[in-house]
Write a protein that binds this ligand. Sequence first.
Ligand code: DAH
Length: 339
Amino acid sequence: MIEKIKEHIAQVEAFNTTNPDEIEQFRIKYLGQKGLLKDFFAEFKNVPNEQKKEFGQTINTLKSKAQDKVNTLKEALENTEETKGVYGDLSRPGEPFQLGSRHPISIVKNKIVNIFSRIGFNVSEGPEIEDDWHNFTALNLPEYHPARDMQDTFFIQTNPDVLLRTHTSSVQVRYMENNKPPIRTISPGRVYRNEAISARSHCFFHQVEGLYVDKGVSFADLKQTLQYFTTELFGKSKIRLRPSYFPFTEPSAEVDVYWGLETETDYKMTKGTGWLEIMGCGMVDPNVLENCGIDSSEYSGFAFGMGIDRIALLLHQIPDIRMLSENDIRFLEQFKSAD
Ligand code: DAH
């Protein structure tokens, strides 16, 4: 009898299948209500006393081997089923997934757009290929006006009326022509100038233009708006407005933000002054309002324009403006942002 059980132990050990029905049959055969183990245990009382010990141990071995076998086969089956299933193996480590990065120009542009959208500015755009009227004449820069030389212009072919816009101020004109005040809009975009390419300047770069036109808009509104903006973007609220000249604004100013002189980088960035120049601004010249069909006796407004590239260089301490357009993946990969 003991020999017979030992044969079964060997069979149990050798048993292998991936078929769930066969596993179940195996379980019933040994461990079921009417299974072999039941029969063997029933035999126990007929076994001579001196064999009882060995007999008992052998059946117990068979029992635990059969249980183990059923468990391992079932487990193996579940694993293979999971790998084949919709979710795969839920216990395997996650696959690292590649986060895309955003271009530093886009990061800064999005930040600026967000800051102004919180105080009611919408976003507007205009074409990069412009005509003379929108880029110059309507902005109080008639033909032969000496201030046209402030920006070296790329003309398209030989037609002097078609050019690559030299600033986003052209979008102001388009917006005022097509919308009635109150106007609160910012216009980000690419601009072009015929300048020698170096670490500090490029023949194309990016600007954001701002325009606010309504009844009773004053220079105080402009200053307050700029202060809000610099606090939000740089975390710095100390600004100064230096008198300047732009044909399309009167009075005009250049805005400096006080950066501080705490670190060596502060010294470098501000050339030892603590101040950083960030944009031009002013009250929209009444001539410009009139050129765009807005009654300057009823409405006034302010405008400002800033270079995105320069701010991106400052905020990310990028030493050369050319890096922004070289598309070197090792450079671009370093900019991850939720903005
Ligand atoms: N368009 C100017 C430039 O490209 C920047 C600027 C200055 C824009 C003053 C404005 C402004 O709207 O009011 O340098």
